[in-house]
Design a protein around this ligand. Structure first.
Ligand SMILES: [Fe+2]
Ligand SMILES: [Fe+2]
Length: 216
């Protein structure tokens, strides 16, 4: 797989996957300790998910890649329809997550704290499962289809369009304006979890060296 556009998709998937699983690890640690999480850090992490994957990654797929892959069979068209629906659903889901987090933050120290924490944790787990599965389908069905059916002209146009997008966690040119956000997220992650080093590796375009625990 040597096309720049496909490499970018895979790097962005790794970055999103690392960020989503970091949120779950952070929530799990605080639940076990009975402590409240750093809400500013959680807001920053959701902001990242909203800012890059939702606004840059998924539109690239839905607007640039998927239309070039339609018309190659009923099965693949149905898969693309499902993924397009996922993209639309993801944007809506982020608003729900942000609201659930706000409820947890505002009510965390009251007797509603526990149900509010549980509501946010449940919503976050569902979202993570949803997107891990979504990315798996893209990597096992859509990217192989692209390699099979696209021609040289298609790849040139796609690679050019994809290279103008950037995700600082996925190893493209870091955007200076987002460095404080990136540092805030990294500083909130416990050093012992190994999560920070994963995100640092992704920022340098390296492959994650951390074996993620299975989703609970
Ligand atoms: Fe997608
Ligand atoms: Fe994707």
């Amino acid at each position: 797989m040597t096309h720049a556009s496909l490499t970018i998709i895979l790097h962005e998937h790794r970055a999103l996957s690392a960020m989503l699983r970091s949120i779950l690890l952070l929530l799990g640690q605080h639940r076990r300790r009975g402590t409240l999480p750093d809400f500013g850090a959680l807001r920053a992490m959701l902001f990242y998910v909203d800012e890059f994957p939702e606004k840059l990654h998924h539109p690239k797929e839905s607007r640039l890649l998927f239309p070039k892959l339609r018309g190659h069979g009923a099965h693949s068209d149905a898969v693309l329809d499902r993924l397009d629906r996922d993209h639309a659903r993801g944007e809506h889901a982020i608003r729900g997550l942000e609201h659930a987090l706000l409820g947890f933050e505002m009510m965390g120290e009251t007797d509603q704290g526990e149900p509010r924490r549980a509501t946010f944790e449940t919503a976050m787990h569902l979202y993570v499962r949803f997107y891990i599965e979504h990315m798996h389908i893209e990597e096992t069905e859509v990217l192989p289809l692209a390699e099979a059916v696209l021609g040289a002209g298609d790849w040139t146009a796609l690679d050019q369009a994809f290279l103008t997008n950037c995700d600082p966690l996925a190893g493209h040119d870091a955007v200076a304006a987002y460095q404080p956000l990136f540092k805030k997220i990294l500083s909130a992650l416990p050093a012992s979890s190994g999560v920070g080093s994963v995100l640092e590796a992704l920022a340098g375009a390296g492959a994650p060296k951390y074996a993620w625990p299975p989703l609970g």
